[in-house]
Design a protein around this ligand. Structure first.
Ligand SMILES: Cc1cc2nc3c(=O)[nH]c(=O)nc-3n(C[C@H](O)[C@H](O)[C@H](O)COP(=O)(O)OP(=O)(O)OC[C@H]3O[C@@H](n4cnc5c(N)ncnc54)[C@H](O)[C@@H]3O)c2cc1C
Length: 469
């Protein structure tokens, strides 16, 4: 039945069913359950199918949003999945972790008049349906005979590899860790992104012919020059992310019980510390945990600490709630789970026991001044406002930067003053045939921007490879 626009406008946004907050604060099961089929079709009915739909421009991989929503609304799930997968090789992931509220949904024509169409919920629904109900239709294009090496298996590397494989190039991904996925497996916790979703999307890429070699560090096992000259690759895509933690540089950082968020989350997610002693890797069992930071990483760390039993699990952030870069949903979910927030507060010293363990963090209040370069109001110290927050574990989630290992072993690669790789408008670096994208070019950003880079670069690499001779 075709609905009129006025009828579509009357349909309220469907609610995402969730695990009860009290219960989920004690387990690592996924928080959001996903929409049921009927609710998903009702939500898709809310799309007005605009001509020249702006939402597509808000998606860095250019998903035909009205197209897949239209197919879903008609009940043609196969067609919806075909449209979605055509533009996005990892929709089960982006449907769960993309900040849709600032991208496609922000540009939905309904925004302002009512709530935007829940594009993320529907992307997740269609991807999950496809995973459960259909076998991948693998189409192997004619081989071009060209070989590409991809460094890193995060969203940028996976997307670029998938797009190049679809064009018939032979792609090998080299990954430093023992499992592919990048931040998707070592950073984002199971309760937001179950690892079986990442595994199944990686499996689809393998079926396309992408090879993945883990435990290989480019810059150590092989250099970029080895890949091009000894291993005989025709081109390289560098997508090694920006995973080197930044520290506050305050006294007490060498105490036992201080973690970078990346180490803490890697231990829990990738090494399975939340299943300790079933898994051999522990994290320190602390009754009180403090996390500093205001982004997704800080939220993931504090929610993880809460699930591991911390009470209170406290987040301190030097600006106010409005300035937090974390997704609105994460801030709300964490609060429901019992996370305590201290806004306009910064740590100035970590205090220890006589035997070298963390016992508290000394903090100082901040007030907001004039906007800084980021457009957010600058936090200014309030002298004399110091106070202590007791804790046995202190986690720093104040940002990450480029790991210099790879660029130091390839000095011909031009980097900017922060160590991020410089690229031209085709994402080619200063070394011919070597391209780069994702966080190693942008600095810490988002999954979908990394994927957008992977996709754009694959198109440029395809042209480069075909015109190479
Ligand atoms: C905890 C956390 C939560 C986040 N939550 C969100 C979210 O909810 N939504 C969102 O959109 N974004 C989120 N982000 C940001 C997002 O995950 C990143 O922007 C994105 O993963 C970057 O992708 P990438 O492919 O460039 O790099 P990465 O995902 O970092 O992958 C890089 C890969 O390269 C490997 N590698 C590094 N060096 C080498 C080397 N020398 N040789 C071989 N392999 C190497 C690494 O092991 C890693 O697997 C989060 C980030 C973190 C840390």
């Amino acid at each position: 039945m075709t609905l009129k626009a006025s009828e579509r406008m009357k349909i309220p946004r469907q609610h995402m069913p969730e695990q009860d907050p009290g219960q989920r604060a004690t387990n690592f099961g996924e928080v959001n359950f996903g929409l049921a089929c009927e609710a998903a079709r009702t939500e898709a009915d809310r799309c007005l199918g605009c001509k020249g739909a702006k939402c597509i421009g808000g998606c860095p991989v250019g998903v035909d949003i009205p197209g897949f929503l239209g197919a879903l609304s008609e009940g043609n799930l196969d067609k919806a999945a075909d449209i979605l997968f055509d533009a996005n090789v990892l929709p089960g992931i982006t449907g769960r972790v993309c900040p849709q509220e600032t991208q496609c949904e922000a540009l939905c024509i309904r925004t302002g008049k009512s709530e935007p169409v829940a594009v993320g919920y529907l992307e997740r629904f269609v991807a999950d349906w496809a995973r459960e109900h259909r076998t991948t239709k693998v189409q192997h294009p004619p081989a071009t005979g060209k070989r590409v090496a991809v460094v890193g298996s995060g969203p940028a590397g996976l997307t670029c590899a998938g797009e190049l494989a679809k064009k018939g190039h032979q792609v090998t991904i080299y990954e430093a860790l023992h499992k592919p996925g990048g931040v998707l497996v070592y950073g984002i916790p199971e309760f937001r992104l179950p690892k079986k979703i990442v595994d199944s999307e990686v499996e689809k890429l393998k079926q396309l012919g992408v090879r993945i070699e883990c435990n290989i560090i480019i810059g150590q096992t092989y250099t970029i020059s080895d890949l091009l000259n000894e291993q005989g690759f025709d081109a390289v895509f560098i997508a090694n992310g920006a995973g080197l933690p930044v520290f506050l540089g305050i006294p007490g950082e060498n105490l036992k019980g201080v973690y970078s968020a990346n180490e803490y989350l890697t231990r829990v997610n990738l090494m399975g510390a939340y299943r300790f002693p079933e898994s051999p890797t522990p994290v320190i069992d602390a009754p009180q945990v403090v996390v500093v930071g205001g982004g997704n990483t800080a939220m993931d760390a504090v929610r993880t600490a809460r699930r591991l039993g911390a009470s209170p699990a406290t987040l301190i952030y030097r600006r106010s709630r409005q300035e937090m870069p974390a997704r609105v949903e994460e801030v709300k979910h964490a609060e429901e789970e019992g996370v305590t927030y201290h806004f306009l507060v910064n740590p100035v010293e970590i205090l220890g026991t006589d035997d070298g363990w963390v016992r508290a963090v000394r903090c100082q209040n901040r007030e907001l001044g004039e906007p800084d370069d980021s457009g957010r109001r600058r936090p200014i110290a309030v002298p004399g406002s110091e106070f202590e927050v007791p804790c046995q574990v202190f986690i720093e989630a104040i940002g990450t930067r480029a790991n210099p290992l790879l660029t130091q072993t390839t000095p011909e690669l031009k980097v900017n003053k922060w160590g991020y790789i410089e690229v031209d408008d085709k994402n080619m670096t200063s070394v011919p045939g070597v391209f780069a994208g994702g966080d190693i070019v942008r600095g810490a950003a988002t999954v979908i921007l990394a994927m957008g880079d992977g996709k754009k670069t694959a198109a440029a690499m395809h042209d480069y490879l075909l015109n190479q001779d």
